[in-house]
Design a protein around this ligand. Structure first.
Ligand SMILES: *Cc1c(COP(=O)(O)O)cnc(C)c1O
Length: 364
């Protein structure tokens, strides 16, 4: 039995008629940019999160960049970013002319360490970007306290955490502004690139919309210099059709995670979810000192896997100029050699989980 890392075909098959109808609707109207469907999706997604404003944009990387720009972050500023994330989180900081300051993460949760965050603050620090990595909310209560004490902005990177929450509050509603990616493999994924920015601040939302639409408030009224980063109507239609299923998919992902919990040997190290936190399991990440052997065995059985991420951000070539060493990031350095992401997707069966777990248990 071969098991894919993610199975987007299974998801399409389960909602094919909804998707086909949504796509045909856009083509029939030939309204490919803007229009009511984009607004309807933005409103539905904001409603789902429990926040006032959502501004669609072209992808999750642009979303971070636009959010930072709208907050006024730019040249000479520093922004605190976790040492382990997808490169977008840091890249967006450079893109607005600011400098990412990497901070190590919590060894059991793999999210930004609030105590180390506070130690990294300088008089240039303007913002913190917590990432709800793998779908687990970062320690928002502690990070909000740090931000308040030092008057910093918080941009939540929610690219992996649609629907994750702490108690009843969804991620994306804690900070000043938050960003989402709807890349196809994300928990709510489009059929191409797409992204979104959410905030409860009306003026901030308006600034984001202007930045993403050539600085226009209305047609030919360019108030500021912006760019082109809009949410495609076709993608908005697909996302709108998929949104009603998101909660169900999150529950199914949690079921898969529970099966892993049941079938994996107790000594396999996994991400720990704090009490009251709802993980949405974009990824199911474990640690093993025998990773190379495990990868070999998974390859032989045609089981998909990945590593998120093989190199901590401060050590990738693009950031060599920061001259950081392993001692600066002991947790990230150690874990980068041990982490591995096992297959997880809503349609995954108990039998498939059992098959993966049996192999993993040999290399714990
Ligand atoms: C996917 C991702 C992004 C970027 O999203 P794109 O839509 O691919 O630009 C940003 N941050 C994190 C943590 C991600 O996983």
């Amino acid at each position: 039995m071969s098991i894919p890392f993610v199975d987007l075909k299974a998801q399409y098959a389960s909602i094919k008629s909804d998707i086909d109808l949504a796509i045909a609707g856009v083509i029939n109207n030939t309204s490919f940019i803007g229009g009511p469907i984009v607004t309807e999706f933005e409103e539905a997604f904001a409603d789902y999160l429990g926040i006032d404003h959502c501004v669609g944009c072209a992808n999750g990387t642009d979303a971070i960049e636009i959010a930072l720009q709208a907050l006024g972050v730019g040249a000479g500023d520093e922004v605190i970013v976790p040492a382990n994330s997808w490169i977008s989180t840091a890249e967006a900081v450079n893109a607005v002319g600011a400098e990412p300051v990497f901070v190590d993460y919590l060894e059991n949760e793999y999210t930004l360490d609030p105590a180390l965050t506070e130690l990294a603050i300088t008089n240039k620090t303007k913002a913190i970007i917590p990432v709800h990595l793998y779908g687990l909310p970062a320690r928002m209560p502690e990070l909000l306290k740090v931000a308040q004490t030092h008057q910093l902005k918080i941009v939540e990177d929610c690219a992996q955490a649609h629907g994750a929450r702490i108690a009843d509050q969804k991620v994306g509603t804690f900070g000043d502004i938050a960003t989402f990616s709807f890349y196809p493999g994300k928990n709510l994924g489009a059929y191409g690139d797409a992204g979104g920015i959410v905030t409860s601040d009306r003026l901030l939302a308006q600034r984001c919309r202007m930045i993403g639409n050539h600085g226009q408030l209305s047609k030919h009224d360019h108030r500021i210099l912006g760019r082109n980063s809009r949410l495609d109507t076709l993608q908005a239609a697909i996302l709108k059709a998929k949104l009603p299923f998101l909660e169900q998919w999150v529950r199914q992902r949690n079921q898969v995670a529970q099966w892993y919990g049941q079938y994996l040997n107790k000594s396999v190290t996994r991400q720990i979810t704090p009490d009251g936190y709802r993980h949405v399991y974009h990824l199911y990440v474990i640690r093993t000192a025998k990773r190379a052997h495990l990868m070999n065995a998974l390859d032989k059985s045609n089981i998909g896997y990945s590593v998120h991420y093989p190199t901590p951000l401060p050590f990738i070539e693009a950031y060599a100029y920061q001259n950081k060493s392993e001692e600066d990031f002991p947790v990230a350095s150690k874990l980068a050699d041990e982490i591995i992401s096992l297959p997880i997707f809503p349609e995954m069966t108990e039998k498939q989980v059992q098959t993966v777990a049996e192999i993993v248990n040999k290399f714990k």
